[in-house]
Design a protein around this ligand. Structure first.
Ligand code: C2R
Length: 175
């Protein structure tokens, strides 16, 4: 398998890593090669633009960008790359991540950023995997297996809850 990164995980500061790590974890579970770096639209604008402009030529297929507060990084990357960009709102001490969420999600028409929930970095990793899986039958099959596991876990939760509340013989959709 090629080890050249297919997903770039960028964040505004290393302080975002505790949240962003979950995106890396999801990609690792699907054996998708990725790279991580700190890139700030505010603090290192020239480097951030250079990274975004070079991303597709370097072989990256999807960018994940997480930032807190006035989170301009995902949108600015999306403005200089044709690649899909997934934004992760990182919650900071004040405003609970609402500031970041609104900064990322309210993009002007023509420059899309797919935004996950506040601190939803795991879903960003899984969404990147789905984007790649659209052109990769083997990865798509692993994604289906993953979804089946989720189904089994949820079914088991229903069984446990029914057993606790209504007894072992109670009716349920999950057998
Ligand atoms: N939102 C941005 C951007 C940007 O969008 O370019 N650059 C840094 N930051 C955010 O500032 C917060 C505090 O950063 P520090 O912890 O370095 O002070 C981080 O959550 C980072 O993503």
């Amino acid at each position: 398998m090629s080890t050249a990164p297919l997903v770039g995980i960028a964040m505004g500061s290393d302080s975002d890593w505790t949240v962003m790590e979950a995106a890396a974890q999801a990609l690792t579970e699907f054996e998708i090669p990725f790279e991580v770096d700190v890139l700030s639209a505010h603090r290192m604008p020239a480097e951030m633009i250079a990274y975004g402009e070079a991303a597709d030529a370097r072989g990256l297929k999807v960018l994940i960008a997480g930032a807190g507060g006035a989170a301009h990084l995902p949108g600015m990357l999306a403005s200089v790359t044709p690649l899909p960009v997934i934004g992760v709102p990182v919650p900071l001490k004040y405003l609970d991540g609402m500031d970041s969420l609104l900064s990322i999600v309210q993009m002007p028409a023509g420059v899309p950023v797919a935004t996950v929930s506040i601190a939803g970095a795991r879903n960003a990793g899984l969404l990147a995997a789905r984007v790649l899986a659209a052109h990769d039958p083997e990865l798509r099959s692993r994604m289906k297996d993953f979804q089946q596991q989720l189904n089994e876990q949820a079914t088991e939760k229903g069984k446990r809850l029914r057993a606790k509340v209504a007894g072992a013989d109670s009716f349920g959709f999950g057998k």
